[in-house]
Design a protein around this ligand. Structure first.
Ligand SMILES: NC(=O)c1ccc[n+]([C@@H]2O[C@H](COP(=O)([O-])OP(=O)(O)OC[C@H]3O[C@@H](n4cnc5c(N)ncnc54)[C@H](OP(=O)(O)O)[C@@H]3O)[C@@H](O)[C@H]2O)c1
Length: 161
């Protein structure tokens, strides 16, 4: 199973040029995120990697990049994320950002979306998904530090081969 996890605003925005605009405002989402991915294989794009000060709490923090660079301790380079996901024999969480989500989106089975109600004027976006995925779980509206959000799970309508 390949699961994507992202927090998106009302325009499907995930970040602007400075990072995630709601960073630090919704700790419940941070806890939910870590609960979901804990113990699983994860893969992130190089852009997200540059914003992390340390690996996430996982056995394997893969980083997609074609620049042939050396990564910091605790991260493992993946040169072709599509092939990596196609060959995965265990569950993988795809963590983003926007370029990685877009380049691997055809391989997503389930989407764990934290849906924010406001528009944060993002410049980086999650792919359009509503036509290919069905909402299978929708949590109640929550509010923290003026940010309203809910947890959703979407499943691909036609399972991929
Ligand atoms: N709101 C959220 O839930 C959320 C989640 C995650 C990240 N973010 C935010 O999103 C922003 C980063 O997004 P971004 O779009 O700029 O960057 P990104 O997707 O994290 O990284 C893009 C880079 O990843 C590599 N890459 C992407 N697809 C690949 C593939 N299929 N195979 C191999 N390498 C691949 C390439 O690296 P090379 O150029 O090195 O080849 C590409 O330039 C950050 O601000 C982060 O905080 C938000």
């Amino acid at each position: 199973m390949i699961r994507f996890i992202a927090a998106i605003d009302s325009k499907r925005g995930i970040a602007d040029e400075h990072g995630i605009p709601w960073h630090g405002k919704i700790p419940t989402d941070v806890r939910y995120y870590h609960q979901k991915i804990k113990g699983f294989t994860t893969i992130m794009g190089y852009g997200m990697y540059t914003e992390l000060s340390k690996p996430l709490v996982n056995p394997t923090n893969y980083v997609a990049s074609q620049r042939g660079t050396t990564l910091r301790d605790g991260f493992i380079l993946v040169e072709d994320a599509v092939t990596f996901l196609r060959n995965a024999t265990a569950d993988v969480w795809v963590l983003g950002g926007a370029v990685l989500f877009a380049s691997t989106f055809d391989l997503a089975d389930e989407l764990y979306i934290t849906q924010l109600t406001a528009n944060f004027n993002c410049t980086k976006f999650f792919p359009s998904f509503e036509s290919d995925f069905t909402l299978i779980r929708r949590g109640e509206d929550l509010s923290e530090n003026g940010v309203t959000f809910r947890f959703e799970v979407w499943k691909r309508k036609v399972p991929r081969n």
